[in-house]
Every structure is written in structure tokens, then in C-alpha cells.
Design a protein around this ligand. Structure first.
Ligand SMILES: *[C@@H]1O[C@H](CO)[C@@H](O)[C@H](O)[C@H]1NC(C)=O
Ligand SMILES: *[C@@H]1O[C@H](CO)[C@@H](O)[C@H](O)[C@H]1NC(C)=O
Ligand SMILES: *[C@@H]1O[C@H](CO)[C@@H](O)[C@H](O)[C@H]1NC(C)=O
Ligand SMILES: *[C@@H]1O[C@H](CO)[C@@H](O)[C@H](O)[C@H]1NC(C)=O
Ligand SMILES: *[C@@H]1O[C@H](CO)[C@@H](O)[C@H](O)[C@H]1NC(C)=O
Ligand SMILES: *[C@@H]1O[C@H](CO)[C@@H](O)[C@H](O)[C@H]1NC(C)=O
Ligand SMILES: *[C@@H]1O[C@H](CO)[C@@H](O)[C@H](O)[C@H]1NC(C)=O
Ligand SMILES: *[C@@H]1O[C@H](CO)[C@@H](O)[C@H](O)[C@H]1NC(C)=O
Length: 891
């Protein structure tokens, strides 16, 4: 025993030194060829995308995969070659069993990178169960005016939708597939109905047509192109393609999504619409593909994602891809609901409730019926366990709890209740979901603002409820026109503005599977992206010569910034991009502005003296930027004037440094805005701004943007605002158009920020198998019967994270399992990906490819995390944040 371990120790000491040299911070020139996703990313084991160098043409891709097949045959048992990618991204997919060593793939000739295949889910929409015809949003977005005055309908524009398929039998979607005159002329199924999760060699059996069985794609298609009479699509005469990459259960994976997007590109679509996403950087394969497609002249529209409640840095990939149009969601101005009247000791109140119930079960009580609290003897009022009393002929009030609406309703129904009023947070109130056929009583939902009144009413004496209107009512949503809470925020990991533009995405009525009634109302950025796709199609129809960059910049610069109703400042560009799309202004534009947004990054810090009549303290963060204005009018000169409107500042942190989901906004109240120093300021440098720009001429205009110097840098604010260019053509004063260019920056040095969560948050920490921490881990440590786990949290995305084991002398012994990640995304706090975890059991890897595994001898060790700070250089030790743990034993 003694001899064995001393030999081992010797070996380790050597390996340890080699490993120390191989650490990324010290000698790794490039990021590794085999991409590693953060822990917790759901990947299909044994499946990889092998990306080849760009110079491979279609023949060379085929040849490379044939070569791969013959080489792998010798080293790998069972495997298959999957999709080939030969147009924009070059490569192919390989599916093997889980012990395929990706090194085999990385060593193949011509390989640029090897990507594990992630399982994907679409950016999911949330069901809202009412089916009233409603398309009032078109009044607010200029689409109605375009239809009425300009007669555009998308004719001649080819749109490719990559989604869950389409129920093309729907009469409002043409009721046909690829027949002459049919809107559906392109598309294909790539996935089949059941794409079995966890299967190493999934058998994909695509159907002959991309028929939808999930519903999402049919809803999206209706927003773009439904022909009425119930749903008013935006581009009803466009030529459509559906590329089905989502199965009947919301499942998909990278290799399939890449194939679907590539096919949409190869079919010559002008616009590709994607309501999909997954946390990631612009370097991931789906983003890279989208970026390259845009470079080749195709507009790509992507939903920002639905993680807004988790704060900043929540835009998903491919929404973060360069050049795509990432879309934020705005709440619809009205929604349909049920009116209830509650009467009790506290007096009566009329409340509008949303209707998660099944359509056939209308919440309708003409005469008041008793209303009681749905509570058990133990005092639980969440309806998640069976009730131990009778609620015969009564309506019960039930609160939120960790079970489904169905379970709550079934428990209430079993206790004799005739109806359920759910009190749930606003987040869920409109999205509680339909009840299934086991439930025979109606259910409605009200948000928690009514909770106290309801509870007091039912506990302080007898109360009744009536719902005298059989028909749903159209209710004005107080949040209408504001960014939806679920809509993901920017910036991207490298501070680019997240969403480019916003569109209605919450409470959107559209087409649905014919077998399920044919219509549904859904919420999510999944609904906002196709809205912009539709508007982009009208713009393309009006200006067939526009490049993707011109379409993107026209939609953005003609949008209308949103205003915070509390502070009256603009909503930050990280939340809404340039604001609400204005289809009419975009299509009738007579100028082009570039760039369409300004990224200020850290801004320079220096002294500003050159601005006359403005007092600015000695040292401020400021930047000088140039906007080019092109007058597209062929006859008339245009005059330009510049004004500025500041947005609220945002931060991802509380004042005490801990992460704050959702984002914290400054100012919290309008009464404190008086202090100008706390807002960014903008000055025009160019004295020529007032002279006019001739027909078809352009002019460069320089502006100086000064970061707010009255906000504490330690509070880490992201500031922003809008440059408003008012353009007046000709002599007559009323031919005016206003264009906006949003800007955003960080009030401090972003590259110096810590990426690991503050120590006050409790992380990083080492826990035992029962998730308990210990002050002394030298006696109670990792042993055969106990694995320790190092838990850490990233408050910011990090391009490279290395987690290693150190020996007594603090020399690196090797990487811990999952201890090397590239392009890590930030950990969310209210979703599955709260933490990254690394196992400490004595197993380490001596290389950052995590391929050479060894077992370390018993002894005392520490763990070390090195996380690259924003914009950091992987080769520079000082660009990493380092954390070293307490001592622990490994037995
Ligand atoms: C689809 O997948 C997403 C992400 O995993 C999940 O949040 C959502 O609930 C799923 N939707 C359905 C209907 O299964
Ligand atoms: C599509 O175009 C045709 C004319 O070619 C027109 O009659 C029809 O109204 C258009 N459909 C829609 C929905 O605009
Ligand atoms: C509710 O109260 C108002 C004013 O107190 C009264 O006019 C109304 O009739 C009451 N409604 C019901 C249903 O009791
Ligand atoms: C309805 O939902 C409940 C609870 O999730 C489940 O037990 C029941 O089987 C479902 N009924 C049907 C018909 O799917
Ligand atoms: C922002 O600044 C960092 C260095 O501080 C630099 O590496 C990065 O390229 C800059 N980004 C942009 C968009 O200017
Ligand atoms: C930091 O402040 C937030 C908001 O005030 C609070 O919820 C949180 O508990 C605080 N955390 C610590 C560690 O003090
Ligand atoms: C593991 O085993 C050791 C010795 O056999 C014992 O002292 C220790 O309490 C055990 N730990 C756990 C977590 O069961
Ligand atoms: C190892 O690093 C830790 C943390 O930085 C430090 O406290 C400890 O003194 C170091 N040990 C040695 C032997 O240098």
C-alpha cells in the first residue's frame, strides 16, 4: 500500500507540474478545438458537429465526411454520420455512443472545431386561454396604416420559418401544401414526431411534410401570414417556407436546427424567422451560422428569449449573433378576460380575471354564489394536496404552489367546488395554462394585487362571487405598450445592445392546430419575432434592393422609444432596443442612418474642456462617435436637428453587491431626476449640423456622449439613451421624420469587473453530499462514502473558466471534472441554471481537454477557480479573477 502510493505521488508531482504549465492563463495560445459547454447544458452524449475550415466546398465536405467515416471505423465502434452542412457553415454531424472521444474528431483533417450537440427547446410561448378575435396591436405598430394606405401584403417576398412545423390545412394559412398558388412553396421536415431524448443514436424519421403537432409554428405562421377572417397576418401574400426542427414534444437539437436554418438559406428565402434560443455567446454554432447568412444577404429575425425575469445578460443565442434582428416583446394593449364581482364584509369589487380554464368551461355565475378560501385543516391554501373538507356548491380561492393548475382544480373538484379562483403572480396570471378534460369546473386567475382583498373578504365573514357576463370582455391592460417582463434583456456578453427592436408579443391571438380549435392566444418573444418578420417582409416588398443591414437599421432607426410611466425617461435600449416598431415610418423612410446603435463599451475617461457654455467636472467618461445620415430623397435637401433623451440606467446588482433579478432601475421614482449629473448627456460637435444635406447626399455628424458622473461607479450602472435626429425636407415645415439611434455603455471599467458572485452571496462554496458546508474539511473530506461538490456562480458571462485542484504547495495537480469551460453564460437565479458544480472526489484531468484522467493520492488539497474577466485575454494571468478554497482532505 505504502509503496504504491509513493510511486503514485511521484507520478503526480510530475504530472502536476506539466498541468500547471498547460493552464490556460499561462500558456494556452488558443481556445481549445473541442468546445465545452458549461455544466448543466443539456447535450446529446456522443453527438458532435464537426466544423470544417471555411474553404471546403460541397464536394470537399462530402469527401471529408467519407474520410472521417473510414478513420472512425477503425477507432470507434458504432457511429453514424448525420447532417452535412455545405453552404454557409461547413461540416457534418457525427452520432456515436457516449464514449466516443471527441479527440478522434478533432484530429480529423481539415477540422476547425468540434461542437457537442446540445438539445434545444424552442423559446417557449406561454398559453393564454381565451379565443376572442383581437388584432388591435396593428393600430399601434403602423401595420394597419400600411395595409390601408400602402396596400402592401408581402407579395414576392420569400419567408422561411424554422419552427415546429405548420398545420397547413388551416384555411387561414392557405389550406394547401406546395400546390400551385399555395403560400407554402418551400420547406421540409427535419425531425419527425418523436425525437427520443437521451438516445445515443436517435432515429430521426422525418415526415413527408412539416405538419405541426406542437402548435408553436402554426401560431408563429399566422402572425406572419394568416389571411383572415379571424387572424390578420402582416404579410398574407408572402411566399412561405416551413422548416420543421421541433418535434411534437418541444424537443430538438443543434444538428437539426442547423440543418433547418441552412435549408431555409439554400431555398433562397429573403427573410428567415427564428423563435428559438438557448443561453449562449455569438460564437456558438447556431449564432455563427446566422451571422454568416446575414453576411450573404438574408435577413434573420430572432426572438430575444423569455428570461427577462432573470435580469441582464439574458438574450439567448442566436439572438446575440452579429447582424441578426433580435426582437423584444411588448405587452398587447388589451386582452380579453372575465369580469367577476366579489362581495363581502369589505364591500364589493369588480375584478377582471384571465381565463386559464378550458374554453368550454365558462366561468359564468349569473347570481352570487358562496366564495370561500380553499384551505386544508393544516392551513395550506395552495390546493396542492387533497382537501379534508367539503366545498360543495362553493367557489374556492386557491393561492400559488408548486403543482399544476390541473392538480389544484382536480382537488377542488373532488371537494365539491363548482369553480376556482387562482391567485397567482402577474408572471403566471395570464399563462396558467388550460385545464385538461379531467377538470369539469371552471377556473380563472387573478394576479396577486387582489390577494389581500380576496383573502380578507373570505376570512372576515361570508362572501359571494358572481360572474354575470357570459361573454369575455376586452380589457385595457395597464401594462400595455410596455416591455413584457419575460422579455430577455441585453447586453450580449461583450456589451452589444441586446434586442434591436420591440414588437407585440404578449397576449397574441393567432392560428393554432385545427384539431385543437384552430386558434389560440399566446405570449412570448416567440410571438414578437414573427411580427418583425412580417414587417420586414413589407419593407422588403417596398424596397427590394435593401440589404439586411439596411432593413435592420431602417426598422431600428424608425422605431419609437418606449417611456417608463413612472420616471418618464425612456426605457433602456438593453430592454427594448430602439423601441416599438413603426411599420409605416420604416416603409416611408427617406433617410438611412448608420450605425443604428452606438456601443460605448467602457467609454474613455478624460477631461472635457471643448464644449462651450457647458460646465463639466474635470474627469468624466465620455466618447466621441460618428453617425452617418444618408438623404435618400432624389430631389429635396434635408435639414437635421439633434436632440437627446436619456433612458433609465440599469444594473444587475443590488446596492450591497449581490445580484438583483430582475434588473434594478435608476431612478426608482421620477421625483429624483432633477439631478442632471445622474443622467448621460449628449453634445453635437458638428457646427454644420444645421446646414442641409443635398438630395442623395450623406453627412457625418459627430456627437459627444458623456456618461453620468453623479452615479456611483461601485454600483455598476449601465446607462443609455437615444439620439433623436429630426429631419425636415424641403422648405415646408411639416415634412418631418424623426429617427433614433440608441446608445448604451457601462459606467465604469467593465473589463475589471468580477465575474464570480460576491462572497456575500455564499458562493463559491464546498458542500457535502447532503449539500451542507463545513468549517473544517480537513477531517471530514472527500472519501469513498462522500463526494464534495464545489458550487460556484457566475454573475457575468466568462469566456473561459478553469477549476483546478491544488496540492499543499498550491501547485496545480489537474483540472477537476467539468473544470474547463469556454463561453460560459451567466448563472440565472430563478431558473434551472442557478449554479455551476464541480465534483471533488480525487479524480482530476491533467489536460484542459479533460481527456487524461488520474486519481490523486490521499492528502490535503485546495480547489481554485480562474474565471476570465470581460474582454480578457486568455493568455494574461492578470485578466482572470482567481478564487482559492479552504483546505480539504481527499481520502
Ligand atoms: C418546452 O421547453 C422549455 C425549455 O425546456 C420548457 O420551459 C417548456 O415548459 C417546454 N414546453 C412544453 C409545452 O413542454
Ligand atoms: C393577395 O394578392 C391578390 C392579388 O394578386 C389579392 O387579390 C389578394 O387580396 C391578396 N391577399 C391578401 C390577403 O392581401
Ligand atoms: C357594489 O357596491 C356599489 C357601491 O357601494 C353598489 O352601487 C353596487 O350595487 C354594489 N354591487 C353589488 C353587486 O352588490
Ligand atoms: C389531467 O391532469 C391531471 C393532473 O396533472 C392528471 O392526473 C390527469 O391524468 C390529466 N387528465 C387527462 C385526461 O390527461
Ligand atoms: C470594448 O473594450 C474592450 C477593452 O476594454 C475591447 O477589447 C473591446 O473590443 C471593446 N468593444 C467594442 C465593441 O468596442
Ligand atoms: C442585499 O440587498 C438586497 C436588497 O435590498 C437584499 O434582498 C439582500 O438580502 C441583501 N443581501 C445581503 C447579503 O445583504
Ligand atoms: C464515511 O466513512 C468514515 C469512516 O468509514 C466515517 O467516519 C464518516 O462519518 C463517513 N461519512 C459519511 C458522510 O457517512
Ligand atoms: C495557498 O493559497 C492560499 C490562498 O491564496 C493561501 O492562503 C495559502 O497560504 C497558500 N499556501 C501556500 C503553501 O502557499
Amino acid at each position: 500500500m505504502y509503496v504504491v502510493s509513493s510511486i503514485l505521488l511521484f507520478a503526480i508531482a510530475l504530472i502536476g507540474q506539466q498541468a500547471a504549465q498547460a493552464l490556460p492563463a499561462e500558456s494556452n495560445r488558443h481556445l481549445h478545438k473541442i468546445f465545452r459547454y458549461p455544466t448543466g447544458t443539456s447535450t446529446r452524449s456522443g453527438s458532435y458537429i464537426v466544423e470544417l475550415h471555411a474553404e471546403h466546398d460541397a464536394r470537399a465536405v462530402k469527401a471529408a465526411s467519407a474520410k472521417a467515416r473510414s478513420i472512425l471505423k477503425r477507432s470507434v465502434g458504432q457511429f453514424s454520420i448525420g447532417h452535412h452542412y455545405d453552404s454557409v457553415l461547413k461540416g457534418f454531424a457525427v452520432h456515436a455512443n457516449e464514449d466516443l472521444d471527441p479527440e478522434h474528431l478533432a484530429r480529423l483533417p481539415g477540422v476547425r472545431r468540434v461542437w457537442p450537440v446540445r438539445r434545444h427547446n424552442i423559446v417557449d410561448s406561454r398559453p393564454v386561454a381565451h379565443t376572442s378575435i383581437y388584432s388591435g396591436q396593428h393600430r399601434h405598430t403602423g401595420v394597419e396604416r400600411v395595409m390601408r394606405e400602402l396596400g402592401l401584403d408581402g407579395r414576392g417576398v420569400k419567408i422561411g420559418i424554422v419552427d415546429s412545423g405548420v398545420d397547413y390545412t388551416h384555411p387561414e394559412l392557405g389550406g394547401c401544401w406546395k400546390t400551385p398558388g399555395c403560400p407554402w412553396q418551400n420547406g421540409k421536415d427535419f425531425i419527425g414526431d418523436l425525437h427520443v431524448e437521451g438516445d445515443a443514436n436517435p432515429i430521426i424519421k422525418p415526415n413527408p411534410t412539416p405538419m405541426d403537432c406542437y402548435g408553436h409554428g402554426t401560431h408563429v405562421a399566422g402572425i406572419i401570414a394568416a389571411r383572415g377572417p379571424r387572424v390578420t397576418g402582416i404579410a398574407p401574400n408572402a411566399t412561405l417556407g416551413m422548416y420543421r426542427v421541433i418535434d411534437c414534444q418541444n424537443g430538438s437539437s443543434d444538428d437539426i436546427i442547423l440543418a433547418g436554418i441552412e435549408a431555409a438559406y439554400k431555398d433562397g428565402n429573403d427573410i428567415i424567422s427564428l423563435s428559438i434560443g438557448q443561453q449562449g455567446w455569438s460564437e456558438d454554432p447556431v449564432s455563427v451560422l446566422c451571422e454568416n447568412i446575414v453576411k450573404r444577404g438574408v435577413v434573420v429575425v430572432v426572438s430575444a428569449s423569455n428570461s427577462g425575469y432573470s435580469g441582464l445578460f439574458t438574450s439567448a443565442s442566436p439572438a446575440v449573433a452579429n447582424g441578426v434582428i433580435s426582437v423584444a416583446s411588448i405587452d398587447n394593449w388589451e386582452y380579453t378576460g372575465t369580469q367577476i364581482e366579489v362581495d363581502g364584509k369589505l364591500g364589493n369589487q369588480t375584478i377582471t380575471a384571465s381565463v386559464p380554464s378550458n374554453d368550454k368551461l365558462r366561468f359564468f355565475f349569473e347570481k352570487p354564489v358562496p366564495l370561500v378560501l380553499g384551505v386544508t385543516a393544516k392551513g395550506s391554501a395552495n390546493g396542492c394536496s387533497a382537501f379534508d373538507r367539503s366545498f360543495k356548491d362553493k367557489v374556492v380561492v386557491i393561492g400559488s404552489g408548486k403543482c399544476t393548475v390541473n392538480e389544484k382544480a382536480i382537488n377542488a373538484q373532488a371537494a365539491g367546488a363548482i369553480g376556482v379562483v387562482l391567485v397567482i403572480p402577474e408572471v403566471q396570471a395570464l399563462s396558467a395554462g388550460k385545464t385538461n378534460s379531467t377538470v369539469r369546473i371552471p377556473v380563472i386567475a387573478v394576479d396577486t394585487s387582489h390577494q389581500q382583498y380576496l383573502i380578507d373578504s373570505v376570512t372576515k365573514g361570508p362572501a359571494t362571487i358572481a360572474a354575470p357576463k357570459r361573454e369575455l370582455v376586452i380589457v385595457e391592460d395597464p401594462a400595455g405598450g410596455q416591455v413584457s417582463g419575460l422579455s430577455s434583456n441585453g447586453p450580449t456578453p461583450e456589451l452589444a445592445i441586446g434586442p434591436v427592436v420591440s414588437a407585440p408579443g404578449a397576449n397574441i391571438y393567432s392560428t393554432y392546430l385545427v384539431a385543437n380549435g384552430g386558434y389560440d392566444t399566446k405570449s412570448g418573444t416567440s410571438m414578437a419575432a414573427p411580427y418583425i418578420t412580417g414587417v420586414a417582409a413589407l419593407l422588403k416588398q417596398a424596397h427590394p434592393d435593401y440589404t439586411p443591414a439596411q432593413i435592420r437599421s431602417t426598422l431600428a432607426t424608425t422605431a419609437k422609444p418606449l417611456r417608463d410611466p413612472k420616471t418618464h425617461l425612456n426605457i433602456h435600449p438593453y430592454q427594448s432596443g430602439s423601441g416599438l416598431v413603426d411599420a409605416y415610418a420604416a416603409i416611408t423612410t427617406r433617410a438611412q442612418l448608420f450605425p443604428s446603435s452606438v456601443i460605448l463599451n467602457n467609454t474613455d475617461i478624460g477631461t472635457l474642456t471643448s464644449i462651450p457654455n457647458v460646465h463639466i467636472p474635470g474627469s468624466v467618461r465620455w466618447a466621441r462617435r460618428t453617425i452617418t445620415i444618408q438623404n435618400s430623397d432624389a430631389r429635396r435637401p434635408v435639414r437635421v436637428s439633434l436632440t437627446h433623451s436619456a433612458a433609465d440606467s440599469l444594473t444587475a446588482w443590488h446596492a450591497n453587491g449581490t445580484l438583483a433579478p430582475p434588473v434594478r432601475v435608476w431612478p426608482a421614482e421620477s421625483s429624483i431626476i432633477g439631478d442632471k449629473n445622474k443622467l448621460p448627456q449628449v453634445f453635437s460637435v458638428d457646427s454644420q449640423i444645421s446646414s442641409s444635406i443635398g438630395p442623395r447626399q450623406h453627412r457625418k455628424i459627430d456627437v459627444i456622449i458623456v456618461a453620468p458622473y453623479g452615479l456611483k461607479e461601485s454600483e455598476r450602472w449601465f446607462y443609455g439613451g437615444f439620439l433623436n435626429f429630426e429631419l425636415t425636407w424641403g422648405g415646408s415645415g411639416d415634412d418631418v421624420q424623426t429617427y433614433v439611434v440608441p446608445y448604451a455603455g457601462f459606467n465604469g471599467d467593465f473589463s475589471k469587473l468580477d465575474v464570480l458572485a460576491e462572497p456575500t452571496s455564499g458562493f463559491p462554496q464546498i458542500v457535502d453530499t447532503d449539500l451542507k458546508t463545513h468549517d473544517d474539511l480537513t477531517t471530514f473530506g472527500a472519501a469513498a462514502n462522500n463526494t464534495l461538490t464545489l458550487e460556484y456562480r457566475l454573475d457575468l458571462p466568462s469566456r473561459l473558466v478553469a477549476v483546478t485542484l491544488l496540492d499543499r504547495r498550491n501547485t496545480t495537480v489537474g483540472y477537476l471534472p467539468d473544470g474547463y469551460i469556454e463561453y460560459a453564460t451567466r448563472n440565472m437565479q430563478d431558473e434551472g441554471s442557478k449554479l455551476n458544480e464541480v465534483e471533488i472526489s480525487g479524480t482530476v484531468y491533467t489536460d484542459h481537454k479533460l481527456s487524461k484522467k488520474i486519481q490523486v493520492p490521499s492528502g490535503l488539497y485546495r480547489a481554485q477557480i480562474k474565471a476570465l474577466r470581460p474582454f480578457g485575454d486568455v493568455n494574461k494571468a492578470s485578466d482572470y479573477q482567481t478564487w482559492v478554497s479552504q483546505i480539504f482532505s481527499i481520502a
